[in-house]
Design a protein around this ligand. Structure first.
Ligand SMILES: [Zn+2]
Length: 107
């Protein structure tokens, strides 16, 4: 994990599109402002975990089928737009970037 030190009003860039600004620091609480493109979901982790559980996903657990068995096809993630190349036989394929299961086959 990359660990950075920032002061109030200083910014961290993630890629070209995601900005995280330290808005306020009070005691053991910090407030962060996050600017990300709309197609990138941003959640507190506990909320994200609850969403995953609701969808029947186990957070952090990757599908075994992402291993490279058999012929491959390209899929586009409907959530983040990432193109992933997966086995045609993949069961419950997931986006390698955002872990979404909403993939559509494009080839
Ligand atoms: Zn995705």
């Amino acid at each position: 994990m990359l660990v950075l030190t920032r002061q109030r009003n200083e910014i961290i860039m993630i890629g070209d599109d995601i900005e995280i600004i330290v808005v306020d620091i009070r005691g053991d609480k910090i407030r962060l402002g996050i600017d990300a493109p709309l197609h990138i979901p941003v959640h507190r982790k506990e909320v994200w975990e609850a969403i995953k559980r609701e969808k029947g996903d186990v957070p952090g657990k990757k599908s075994i089928v992402e291993v490279n068995e058999g012929p491959k096809a390209d899929f586009r993630c409907k959530e983040c737009g990432t193109i992933v190349s997966l086995s045609c036989a993949a069961v419950n394929p997931r986006c390698q970037r955002c872990d979404s299961r909403h993939l559509e086959k494009i080839s």
